[in-house]
Design a protein around this ligand. Structure first.
Ligand code: GLC
Length: 657
């Protein structure tokens, strides 16, 4: 191991002439290790294709010559163990590499137990997912967590076993198979930054085994931790202050960025890298199509920095990605890096990492900007922030979303805010107060999550429906407020589906599910109000989607209309950039997506009043008869202005349907 804890490298670059023989002998080694798999030739040619990416990623971090053959051995084992049915899937994916970028692609995110009780239960709800048009299912953490508090499963005690009450690893493979038969891909979380204190690596480290102590960051005293702390933010200041935890049995301070029982892994140790190649191969060979790389931004620690978004994170991802491309080409990566807008694009690969980093990354900035525009009724900050974002490699995609299982951190960039004449700090405060329902005119029913005492900033919990005002309207039985709130929710979701990328529907949003405060009765959940927006799927309410007098029907039918319109719009392919067009009326957001088969112009009135806009804002469509695809009606854009009703959405295309 040459990279040390401070993250400084000690000159591990091999000259190309030294590297080439090792690449060639790596291929030889792989050829010897591969069993009589039908994929032998294909696997070897994939190795030839991706060995350099793997090597280059490893070489930035480790003494690559020392670990090269070990990594090749893990790869060989992964290939040898790949079931033939998944090899068929590999070939399908290789022929359709943009499967997750297509306008038909639609994600759904759910907790197994809260959605369907067990993994077998999920199988019995596949029809529901198909009805919605889902092609990508992210089941929230389901690997065996620690007992007691476990951060919603993000404290993993065993990466090869399923949480007992959800089923077995065979149930997981069977579910993946059933999903595949209905053209749904399966996504699973793999937490890279930490493991539970009850994971066998942690237990062995605790008992003093040096091999496993080296898997973690353990310090005998506070000297080094205190130096790091000077620059480290706190993720959970309320219930897990500080980034280090004293561990009595090992007499060490352990790096614990999140909770005290989530031990950060030491990625400067190549053994940790190899362990994860093995874990990915194991789960990939059970049929998992995509790994959501949890807490990716935190992997590399460097003194004097916030220990987030360090360049090494991208070399590690590149090496893991290359290894999986060789083992299981059907598998893709989704980065979970909820970071500042300026750091976000890097997770999809920029510069030397283009096309070699993750395939998908959450568009945290879009999510924040949509809620911000819906609060302020002003689209200018959204336009500034989104247009400032660097283009993503055309083979990758944003994962777009309105809500997820986590809180909303108000990631408004200081520079973007300044450009709009806003004080970023005050504006973030405004958003958290607005969504907690503390401001005049706000119908939101969110809750404050964590307060950073040094800055006074607060994040927000709450379901999409409750944040959009549906809960307040239902509680006050005000039908006008309810209509407006549903329109507001759908305006937000339309931007998520219309921006371009893989849209993720968070379980229950499709029927307007509201906050659920029953988490307060569960001792392990009570202190963490993110459980407010992690309800059980109320299947009787879901059944009401067929009854036009219900809220479920109103939201579900509109969601379905959006989803089915989306599928037929080539301009929504994720590889195409979205331009946010400046308009004279700041209450209207205009997205322009250009495509050879016809441009798509999307208009969103983000305010609760009717808004008039010059027709010229529809760019190339102005002056023409166009189709508004959501209502399937023809509109003449030959008048000087157009008027949009409160929160209304128009998706305009020149193509007549
Ligand atoms: C990710 C998860 C979050 C969890 C954290 C630590 O951010 O989304 O729920 O608390 O990682 O694993």
């Amino acid at each position: 191991m040459l990279a040390n804890i401070t993250g400084e490298h000690e000159g591990i670059f091999l000259h190309r002439s030294q590297q080439e023989p090792l690449l060639a002998s790596g291929r030889e080694h792989l050829a010897q290790l591969l069993g009589p798999t039908s994929q032998r030739t294909e696997a070897l040619s994939r190795f030839e294709q991706y060995a350099c990416d793997l090597w280059d990623g490893l070489a930035e971090i480790y003494d690559v010559a020392k670990i090269w053959f070990t990594v090749v051995e893990f790869i060989a084992q992964g290939i040898n163990e790949r079931p033939p049915s998944l090899v068929v899937r590999d070939n399908e994916r290789l022929n359709n590499p943009d499967w997750f970028q297509l306008p038909e692609a639609l994600g759904y995110v759910a907790y197994t137990d809260r959605f369907a009780g067990t993994l077998q239960g999920v199988t019995s709800h596949i029809d529901y997912l198909r009805e919605l048009g889902v092609t990508y299912l992210h089941l929230m953490p389901l690997l065996r967590p620690r007992t007691g508090e476990n951060d919603g499963g993000y404290a993993v005690a065993d990466f090869r076993t399923v949480r007992e009450d959800l089923g077995t690893i065979d149930d997981l493979a069977a579910l993946a198979d059933s999903l595949h038969q209905t053209h749904i891909a399966l996504t699973l979380d793999v937490v890279l930054n930490h493991v539970a204190d009850q994971h066998e690596w942690a237990i062995k480290a605790q008992s003093g085994q040096q091999k496993y102590r080296d898997y973690f960051h353990m310090f005998p005293d506070r000297n080094i931790p205190d130096t790091y702390e000077e620059n480290l933010p706190e993720v959970f200041p309320d219930f897990a202050p500080g980034n280090f935890t004293w561990d009595e049995p090992s007499q060490s301070w352990i790096w614990t960025t999140f909770n005290s029982w989530q031990w950060d892994l030491n990625w400067a140790n190549p053994d940790v890298f190899c362990e994860f190649v093995d874990i990915f191969a194991f789960l990939g060979n059970k049929g998992v199509d995509c790994f959501r790389l949890d807490a990716l931004a935190f992997l590399w620690k460097r003194a004097g920095t916030s220990c987030q978004n360090q360049p090494e994170v991208h070399f590690i991802t590149q090496a893991l990605r290359a290894a999986m491309r060789i083992i299981a080409p059907a598998v893709i990566f989704q980065a979970e890096a909820i970071v500042a807008p300026t750091d976000l694009v890097a997770y999809l690969g920029v510069g030397e990492h283009a096309g070699k980093d993750s395939d998908l990354a959450y568009h945290n900035s879009l999510m924040v900007q949509v809620w911000s525009a819906l609060a302020s009724g002003d689209s200018r900050l959204l336009a500034t922030a989104l247009n400032a974002s660097e283009a993503i490699p055309p083979t990758t995609s944003w994962a777009t979303y309105l809500r997820c299982h986590d809180d909303i951190g108000w990631a408004i960039d200081d520079v973007d805010a300044q450009a709009m004449g806003l004080d970023a700090f005050e504006y973030r405060k405004y958003l958290s107060s607005y969504y907690a329902g503390e401001l005049e005119g706000s119908q939101a029913r969110g809750a404050h999550f964590q307060t950073d005492l040094s800055t006074g900033e607060r994040r927000t919990s709450g379901s999409a429906a409750s944040l959009a005002g549906i809960q307040a309207a239902v509680e006050s039985s005000d039908t006008h407020l309810l209509t407006t709130a549903i329109d507001r929710l759908m305006c937000g979701y339309s931007m998520v589906l219309g921006y371009g990328g893989l849209p993720l529907i968070y379980m229950g949003d499709e029927i307007g599910l509201m906050n659920d405060d029953r988490y307060l009765q569960i001792p392990e959940h009570a202190a963490d109000n993110r459980w407010l927006h992690r309800p059980m799927m109320p299947w009787p309410a879901v059944d009401q989607r067929r009854d036009s007098s219900t809220l479920a029907w109103q939201v579900f039918t509109r969601m379905l209309a959006l989803i089915s319109a989306r599928k037929h719009l080539p301009a929504l392919h994720a590889g195409i950039p979205c331009i946010v067009v400046a308009t004279p009326n700041p209450a209207v957001v205009v997205f322009h997506r250009a495509h050879v088969d016809g441009d798509l112009i999307e208009l969103y009135n983000v305010s609760d009043a009717a808004q008039t806009l010059p027709t010229s804002s529809t760019g190339p469509l102005a002056g023409h008869h166009v189709t508004e695809v959501l209502s399937n009606s023809v509109i003449s854009l030959d008048t000087p202005t157009i008027t949009l009703e409160p929160y209304s959405v128009w998706w305009l295309t020149a193509q007549l349907t």
